[in-house]
Design a protein around this ligand. Structure first.
Ligand SMILES: Nc1nc2c(ncn2[C@@H]2O[C@H](COP(=O)(O)OP(=O)(O)OP(=O)(O)O)[C@@H](O)[C@H]2O)c(=O)[nH]1
Ligand SMILES: [Mg+2]
Length: 537
């Protein structure tokens, strides 16, 4: 698939990183400042454009004035006579391309090169010798100073798309105004991908060549193009041609210039995005969940609700309505706002302004929170009444009263009709029996003792049941209060913590993409395109 296996990997990595950056930009959305977003889109469009036509090829375009020898140089470098060389000016009317490698069609379409003007070098002749140029697309461009409008259009189309421009100059015309004003000056800043070749060196006396090259360098500097490599070649004597071919070979052996440029743009996108995110996100543990729930519980006055319930339980009968929360229940809006701030503030820590705003916007407003809090608390069921315990108390106390009444009746009967009333004799209780015997009523010992015992039991049972019922009342009122507090905690979890942590999650993902893009593409500079592979001769 790739022109050069070495660069295929970088192309895949770039595509992957590009997609990640695009997704991060979507994820960050409005949290990227508008001016940054506009610049970002420009960078990403450029990268998208490059990646869509592939970054595996290095496009080298031969440009320059008519007759400077572009077509001759094209033929010299490709080793074939594909380009027409002529004395009639201008000669080349359509751009030609020679490709070393497979699958460059999309790129050539993009460059606007007609199918009949494409030459695939690798498949012809001895492909092995051309191995070092795998991944190269060499384009012979019509003259830029042409009288034909169409030629200038070709130049304008190809120049921005080429990875490396080789500006072919004629020693006789190198100072031409058109060369310097229109194109070279506009290229200021792109000098790393520009080389200048002074052709027809055979027509210049050898001694004059160094000063001529220096003069070209000076003119380039005047145009704002510093550090542009300048070489002398001759397609007639072949001088410098092999050296130039080696430069092209080095360009294609290293990472493709297009890939480097895409990486530079992608890295620039990462650099643009970097200040829009913070270094880290607040930890979930740093969010005061229980303190916020406590404020919400206070806003709903749960303590008072619990006390009201506690007071209502003892007297409530089955079927009675207990004092639960109703639609009228007031919720303190200031406290709800305080609860919002309690979560929002630490959740915004260390985040840049727009992300911090996004955190605040993720939490519902006070009115909505109060409404949901009331609705949640309304759903808490009223406590069950301690019916079983009350019945048990009733049964036990009633039984004891019955016993007391029966014993009193027995005693009265014994007094009123001693002969007919049933009696139990032989019960001896020291001192008590004696007292009743002295009084002449020994048969009343038993009922009297029974009544005393029953009253004691009655008092004990009352005390025990009373305590049990109070405990049940407190417990159930507390359970109800806890149910209300749990609703406040659920609201904090679902409507406050969850949305802010979702913002944190997005921030983390965006931040990690930015960090990895910048780290991976660190040091990727346009300089790599020609540094070390081209020099002044
Ligand atoms: N002496 C000399 N003549 C050269 C050299 N290279 C090219 N020429 C001649 O310069 C003339 C123009 O060459 P081309 O290669 O057609 O130039 P071009 O830049 O392609 O011209 P256009 O297609 O019109 O833009 C031809 O007559 C070539 O033979 C060279 O190195 N030395
Ligand atoms: Mg030509």
């Amino acid at each position: 698939m790739s022109a050069n296996p070495k660069v295929e990997r970088s192309s895949a990595v770039l595509t992957e990183r590009f997609v990640a950056v695009e997704q991060a930009v979507v994820q960050a959305g409005e949290r990227i400042p508008a001016d940054v977003a506009a610049q970002l889109e420009e960078h990403l469009d450029t990268v998208r454009g490059r990646l869509s036509v592939g970054v595996d090829f290095t496009v080298v375009a031969l440009v320059g004035g008519t007759g400077s020898g572009k077509s001759s140089l094209f033929n010299a470098l490709t080793g074939i006579d594909f380009a027409q060389v002529g004395v009639k000016r201008p000669t080349t009317s359509q751009p030609l391309a020679c490709v070393w490698g497979e699958n460059a069609e999309k790129l050539l379409d993009h460059l606007g090169i007609e199918p009949e003007n494409r030459y695939k070098r690798e498949s012809e002749l001895d492909a092995g010798d051309e191995e070092d140029l795998q991944g190269l697309v060499l384009v012979d461009v019509p003259d830029h100073d042409s009288i034909a409008e169409e030629h200038r259009e070709f130049v304008d189309q190809i120049v921005p798309l080429a990875d490396v421009l080789i500006w072919v100059l004629d020693p006789q015309k190198y100072a031409d105004a058109a060369v310097h004003t229109r194109y070279l000056q506009e290229l200021g800043g792109h000098e790393r991908s520009l080389m200048v070749v002074l052709n027809k060196s055979d027509t210049v006396p050898e001694v004059a060549l160094p000063s001529l090259l220096a003069d070209v360098g000076r003119l380039l500097s005047q145009d704002g193009l510093n550090e542009v490599p300048v070489r002398a070649v001759s397609t007639v004597s072949q001088e410098g041609v092999v050296g130039l071919r080696d430069v092209l070979a080095q360009l294609t052996q290293t990472r493709s210039a297009a890939a480097v440029r895409a990486a530079v743009d992608l890295r620039a996108a990462g650099d643009l995005l970097a200040p829009t995110v913070g270094d880290s996100e607040p930890d979930r543990e740093d969010l005061p969940v229980s303190a916020t729930a406590a404020i919400l519980a206070e806003a709903a006055d749960v303590m008072a609700l619990q006390a009201r319930m506690r007071d209502a339980i003892p007297t409530a009968k089955p079927g009675d309505e207990l004092p639960t929360i109703d639609d009228e229940h007031g919720i303190d809006s200031e406290l709800v706002e305080a609860a919002r701030e309690k979560i929002i503030e630490p959740a915004q820590a260390r985040l840049p302004k727009l992300w911090a705003q996004s955190v605040a916007a993720a939490v519902p407003l006070e009115g909505e929170l109060a409404e949901e809090l009331r609705a949640g608390m309304k759903s808490v069921p009223p406590p069950r009444l301690p019916i079983g315990l009350r019945r048990a108390k009733q049964v036990v106390l009633s039984f004891l009263w019955l016993v007391i009444i029966a014993l009193i009746a027995w005693g009265v009967w014994l007094i009123a009709a001693p002969n007919s009333a049933p009696t139990l004799t032989g019960v001896r209780v020291p001192y008590v029996t004696q007292s009743f015997t002295d009084w002449g009523r020994p048969e009343l010992v038993l009922p009297a003792l029974g009544i005393a015992l029953a009253i004691i039991l009655l008092l004990i049972a009352s005390a025990i049941f009373g305590a049990q019922l109070r405990r049940a009342r407190d417990l159930r009122a507390r359970e109800y209060g806890d149910g209300l507090r749990a609703e406040a905690a659920v609201l904090v979890g679902e409507r406050m913590v969850a949305p802010v942590t979702a913002v944190h999650h997005s921030h983390r993902e965006v931040r990690e993409v930015i960090t990895s893009v910048r780290k991976e593409l660190e040091g990727t500079r346009p300089r790599e395109i020609v540094r070390g592979s081209a020099h002044r001769e």
